[in-house]
Design a protein. Structure first.
Length: 706
């Protein structure tokens, strides 16, 4: 049997259908349900509790190891003997509270037992210190901790306390963090000062253990802290380039990728001229706008208009224009935001306030973006930018510029941190960018640079789709959805054999953050409520109908949206006859055969006669030649309480052969990374019947069904 497969992939379900091409019928269909791979209340990872438990276990293990090394130091340097060390716990009635011991350690000579208790207590409670300045106070708990740390530090200075133990005892501060109360949290550097003060006082009073050498040894052991991840571990986890085999991916914060991203958007931007033609930006215009991109945090369409000095009547093809609003209002949407580059630029400016200007090249920006993305420890970042970086294997690593940056700049940069990588390496970007500078699209630039985008499709094909690679999809919600989709697809193939074609639709929420998905869920629920009201109204006016069809609901919704009028003639549409066959019809504003846009934003309710007269034309093509009639129609459209996309479709004057293909491509193809990944992965690995050189996987834009 020759057949096609359709997959509708959501975050909790995979709908599927098998279309029999021989008999031209729906052969089989169904849905697979599964739980979303996150906590339903807050969107947190299901692995978070396990990860948290591992973190606690690791922290306790490291603390035990640290205390063991302190024990060995005390035994080796004869502070205590083994029997005395074993008798430190439990406490006796003669033992003072350890905080009191620490306080008195700066005032009087301590016994060996007291000194040992102080050293062990400090090893277990080291206070607050972060590996990264940029992560301090990054969440609610972190901000609470940071606030308490600063308060205690300032209190020490303001009241001139000799040590933190003096401050805690005299201020009656809590000595343990309980129930979210972090008022007793201390800065690690303040604790170190107290340790040094105790050693110095004991040395002054003649304690044999309190030597400079022992103090240095203890503080080194006490203060040792491993980074979030080792240098080598981080580098090994960076993915490989999708075009250059074996090359690591470039950080998104790098200058070269930011320029690639900017050119990619600019090369797709079109301007609708005064005579309704559509043109690309010239090379000079692109250069003008690019300079603006790297000078601001974000650039809006209105900023581009100002830079290019466009006529007031010229328009950007990507925007809907409300004629009642000014260009500034219509074009207030962000075109591109190079926030990472902006932050780096500001850090550079801050470090040069009191210095002579220094020239920074694009390679400098690449180096700084690389350091702040790859390394997660302030010392590692500093070492890399100072060209003093040594890997765990003892090998030196030079930064991209091979120059050493000054400490003021590094201190300013340490407040920033970036996390994401692109799909391309610096090597691939260097090959592609020259062609994109000439105005070529990404696909054309890849071909011009000698990359064969078809090569992956020529791999040996398999009957069943192999396991989805986890290193390609880091989002657990998406990974579970794709994994479940693979199971559905392989089950169908096992039953019916290899398919002819595969059509994939991914839900709009796929790959989006939890908060955005919750908003989409609210929108869906709101739409469901509107549908229910429409059904109730149909049942009220058409009690004889035992079953309400979806098409009937759509007609009722459009009737109410259009205030009971035909969208083209503005004649009243009788509610009593609304569902009568041949009376009123749902029309595609931009003909479906030319746009492939089946969304509700491309649909209106019209009288059947008007629909027949319109034929395969847009409203403007049908009666736009009549200036008076068109003006009245535009006024009517502006009065409707519908979304901007539908208004734009109704008033579209430029939908002709020059941009139909681009429009169809936009509405038929889902261009999100996840969809592209799934399409390419299936094309690269799965066997299809028919001509292997033809396309067999079609990613359908989910907006079609909205």
């Amino acid at each position: 049997m020759k057949y096609d497969i359709g997959l509708d992939i959501g975050v909790t379900s995979v709908g599927w259908a098998v279309i029999n091409l021989d008999k031209k019928r729906l052969e089989d269909w169904g849905v697979r349900l599964f739980e979303v791979a996150e906590h339903p209340k807050d969107g947190s990872s299901l692995a978070a509790p396990r990860r948290e438990a591992r973190s606690v276990s690791r922290r306790l293990r490291r603390r035990r190891h640290r205390v063991d090394r302190i024990h060995n130091l005390m035994l080796e340097k004869n502070l205590l003997i083994k029997e005395e060390l074993d008798e430190l716990s439990p406490l006796t009635s003669e033992d003072l509270d350890v905080w009191e011991v620490r306080k008195q350690g700066t005032e009087r000579l301590l016994t060996n037992r007291e000194f040992a208790r102080m050293l062990i207590h400090c090893a277990k409670h080291r206070g607050y210190r972060s590996n990264r300045k940029s992560e301090e106070g990054s969440d609610e708990e972190g901000r609470a901790v940071l606030s308490a740390v600063k308060e205690n530090h300032n209190l020490m200075i303001e009241k001139g306390y000799r040590s933190i133990s003096h401050m805690l005892i005299e201020e009656n501060k809590p000595l343990r963090n309980k129930g979210g109360d972090y008022s007793g949290v201390l800065l690690r550097s303040d604790i170190q000062k107290e340790i040094e003060a105790i050693f110095d006082k004991q040395q002054e009073l003649g304690h044999p253990f309190a030597t400079e050498k022992h103090k240095e040894h203890y503080i080194t052991t006490w203060g040792s802290q491993r980074p979030f991840a080792s240098k080598d571990d981080i580098f090994s986890k960076i993915g490989t380039c999708s075009l250059e085999k074996g090359e690591k991916r470039a950080p998104k914060a790098s200058y070269r990728f930011q320029r690639f991203r900017s050119l990619d958007k600019l090369n797709r931007l079109r301007i609708i001229t005064l005579d309704k033609n559509i043109r690309e930006l010239t090379k000079e215009e692109r250069e003008q706008v690019l300079k603006q991109f790297f000078a601001k945090k974000e650039v809006k369409y209105k900023d581009i208009r100002k830079t290019l000095k466009l006529d007031d009547q010229e328009r950007f093809n990507e925007l809907y224009y409300d004629e009642k609003e000014t260009n500034a209002k219509n074009e207030s949407k962000t075109f591109v935001s190079l926030e990472d580059q902006y932050k780096i630029s500001k850090a550079i400016e801050k470090s040069l306030v009191k210095k002579a200007p220094t020239t920074f090249t694009s390679l400098d920006y690449d180096t700084l973006g690389y350091a702040l993305t790859v390394y997660k420890d302030d010392k590692d970042i500093r070492d890399y930018l100072k060209n003093e970086f040594i890997t765990g294997k003892g090998k030196p690593v030079q930064n991209l510029t091979q120059r050493s940056y000054d400490d003021d700049l590094i201190d300013a940069l340490l407040k920033e941190s970036f996390n994401t990588f692109s799909h391309l390496s610096f090597k691939a970007l260097d090959k592609i960018l020259p062609f994109m500078e000439k105005g070529q699209s990404y696909t054309d630039a890849c071909q011009s640079a000698g990359y064969n985008l078809q090569a992956r499709k020529d791999l040996p094909k398999q009957r069943l789709l192999p396991v989805i690679p986890e290193d390609e999809i880091r989002n657990p919600v998406v990974l579970r959805a794709l994994t479940q989709s693979r199971k559905v697809l392989n089950s169908i193939i096992k039953k019916y054999g290899s398919p002819e074609n595969l059509y994939i639709e991914l839900a709009r929420e796929m790959g989006r953050p939890y908060r955005e998905r919750k908003q989409l869920e609210k929108d869906y629920n709101k739409n469901r409520s509107i549908n229910d009201k429409a059904k109730d109204k149909i049942s009220e006016f058409y009690p004889e109908r035992s079953k309400v069809r979806g098409h009937d609901v759509l007609k009722m919704k459009l009737w109410e949206e259009q205030n009971g009028e035909c969208a083209y003639s503005r004649k009243p549409v009788s509610l009593d006859r609304l569902l009568e066959d041949g009376y009123a019809q749902v029309d595609h504003i931009l003909p479906y055969s030319r746009s492939f846009d089946d969304s509700n934003t491309n649909k209106v309710l019209v009288l059947s006669k008007e629909n027949q007269n319109k034929q395969n034309k847009t409203p403007y093509e049908w009666f736009g030649h009549d200036e008076k009639q068109w003006s009245q129609f535009v006024s009517y459209v502006d009065s409707l309480k519908v979304n901007k996309r539908k208004k734009k479709n109704l008033k579209n004057q430029t939908f002709d052969g020059r941009n139909e293909e681009e429009f169809r491509e936009r509405h038929l193809n889902d261009t999100r990374y996840i969809t592209r990944f799934l399409k390419n992965y299936i094309e690269s690995h799965l066997h299809f019947t028919g001509n292997p050189k033809e396309q067999h996987v079609y990613p359908v834009n989910g907006l079609i069904l909205l």
